[in-house]
Design a protein around this ligand. Structure first.
Ligand code: NAP
Length: 312
């Protein structure tokens, strides 16, 4: 905010803690030259049209841009900024945390302790699978997926991965490319790091879950829509998979009475993958860099639709 204020812009800052309702956003964007957005703002063709043809840049404070209609922005010549890279380590840290917290039942054990259910040292009490020595399947070996793989080097695991294209970085990480079904069938942990696109919508559906081991754990720090949440609920209840560690949901926020939150084999977090203080500050700086570049008619340092420049 300090940088934007000193840039002498005519700023309209949404003052509420909750996101602007869509109709309100549609009213307020009229005539703006730049938009700084969060993942909670839906930026679609009608909103761009409501803004008007003078709109020069959309700058999102996130790496994922599934709330933004990129094709509609490109068609109007609007570059979309995002924040790749600066959050990869923070999300990877959280992913490893979720793997261990889920496998070793941190929250279940903590809740039992608080409720007075720690009565003895039980030989098989609160036991779960090991991360070390396991097979971890990474779906989406991109910036975050690779940061997860780097951390896993210390856990002596076998790493499988699946992308649309084999990754040039895989060999250095000791990661083996396999078809999706092989990854699902062989992994003890399946960790999602692909973007949410029409192609990845419900990539983890009932069929995918049925291929996983009954001892397997699903970790989702990507986007809620990559998983068919009803199918996941069924798989967790029926024992088709062992547990899930989830940072993202459909919808967000997930209602507190949602049945997933009542399951002992779910560790749930409120979309805090990138929520380290330093990371959020870097993301904000990058979002401002992108916004100011776009307003000045310069190429965005971090553009999610670089094809927009090929149009010119
Ligand atoms: P990235 O570097 O672009 O990596 C994405 C990876 O997914 C690439 O390896 C890509 O490889 C693969 N991929 C894309 N489409 C796929 C498909 N249909 N099937 C399988 N793999 C596919 O992105 P990133 O920076 O790592 O971020 C990944 C995602 O994490 C973001 O899009 C965002 O949704 C999520 N995220 C969540 C949080 C959080 O707070 N929980 C924070 C940051 C990011 P190919 O192109 O070869 O397929």
């Amino acid at each position: 905010m300090a940088r934007l204020e000193s840039a002498e812009l005519d700023l309209d800052v949404w003052p509420e803690p909750l996101p602007p309702p869509y109709p309100e956003l549609q009213r307020r964007v009229k005539g703006v030259h730049g938009l700084l957005t969060l993942i909670t703002d839906r930026i679609d063709a009608p909103l761009l049209d409501a803004a008007g043809p003078q709109l020069r840049v959309v700058s999102q404070m996130a790496v994922g841009v599934d709330n933004i209609d990129l094709a509609a922005c490109t068609a109007r010549g609007i570059p979309v900024g995002h924040t790749p890279g600066v959050l990869s380590d923070a999300v990877a840290d959280l992913t490893i945390g979720l793997m261990i917290a889920t496998a070793r039942r941190f929250f279940e054990a903590h809740a039992d302790m608080r409720a007075g259910r720690w009565t003895t040292w039980d030989p098989m009490g609160w036991t779960g699978p090991d991360l070390h020595g396991s097979t971890v399947g990474i779906i989406g070996l991109g910036r975050i997926g690779r940061a997860v793989a780097r951390r896993l080097q210390g856990f002596n695991v076998r790493i499988l991965y699946h992308n649309r294209h084999p990754s040039l970085h895989a060999d250095a990480l000791g990661a083996t490319y396999v078809p999706l079904d092989t990854l699902l069938a062989e992994s003890d942990f399946v960790s999602l790091h692909c973007p949410y696109t029409p192609e990845t919508h419900h990539l983890i559906n009932a069929r995918a879950l049925s291929l996983m081991k009954p001892t397997a754990i699903l970790i989702n720090t990507a986007r809620g829509g990559v998983v068919d949440q009803d199918a996941l609920l069924h798989a967790l209840r029926s024992g088709e998979i062992w547990a899930a560690g989830l940072d993202v949901f459909t919808p967000e926020p997930l209602p507190p009475d949602h049945p997933l939150l009542a399951l002992p084999n779910v560790v749930a977090l409120p979309h805090i993958g990138s929520a380290s203080i330093a990371t959020r500050i870097k993301m904000a700086q990058m979002a401002v860099d992108n916004l100011l570049a776009g307003l000045a008619g310069q190429r965005l340092p971090h553009c999610a639709n670089p094809e927009v420049y090929a149009r010119a």
